[in-house]
Design a protein around this ligand. Sequence first.
Ligand code: G4P
Length: 291
Amino acid sequence: MTIQWFPGHMTRARRQIEEKLKLIDVAIELLDARLPLSSRNPMIDDILKDKPRLVLLNKTDLADPRVTEQWVSYFADKGLKALPIDASSGHRVNEIQPRAEELMAEKFARWEAKGVNPRAVRILIVGIPNVGKSTLINRLAGRKVAATGDRPGVTKGQQWIRVGTGIELLDTPGILWPKFEDQKVGYRLAASGAIKEEILNVEDVAFHLTGYLADAYPGLLQDRYDLGELETLPDPESEFFGDAVVGVMEQIGRRRGCLQGGGIVNLEKASRVLLRDLQTGKLGRISLEKP
Ligand code: G4P
């Protein structure tokens, strides 16, 4: 799903979240474990302000586990507890409630001092499109309550979903826009599948991805496409870098039979193969950015 974010959409999305924030105790900021910074809304601190926040790194099944651990430390240094999860399989989703309760400790103590019985923790999930908000809501609810791929600006009556005894979750997530300013961020988002190819050219996305993978995960590229030993790429600033990257893309295309007339590699097809293999995890567990 592609959302065109115009200033009006952003203002509306922000207002909707600010309304919901009044109702809840803890905000869950859902990020993609493969690209936690690029999948972050640029104004998130300003929007959530001092609302207790739990960061969840989703899709860890696709991410490099060592790098995910580095991201957990990165967020810890910033005073944010980050929990790596996989909403598809439910891996570590059961740790969300105790983490949320930890964040509520002060509030619970205040209630207790006033003789008020603690109630369930009220939670809102926020994140950019495709990060897995609906999947997580459905997983927590244990049934399909949230339609995947809903749009900003469409309001419907919202309801609380009871999760076990300790959580009440708003059934509509807060949908935020990603960063657009930085082109590298755009390429990473597109490679992850968060934004569709109509926005960025598929060959450009695959070009940037190949350059990154040949440097960061050469072994995975070699294994998947039977490439033999990959040569170290020239410096990205050098005039030879582009040819070297296209050379790797051509090798991939050749191995996968992406050819057009005259034995020439069809780079667009090769690009789609590479992106699909990355997004479905066939290339291996890959993080697209490191702290
Ligand atoms: P959103 O509400 O934030 O927009 O995201 P949504 O839940 O719709 O999830 C977007 C895509 O990400 C879905 O795939 C979903 O299955 C996938 N996804 C969510 N969580 C995880 C996870 O932990 N691991 C993996 N590998 N994938 C995850 P889709 O192809 O768009 O749809 P479908 O295949 O589920 O039909």
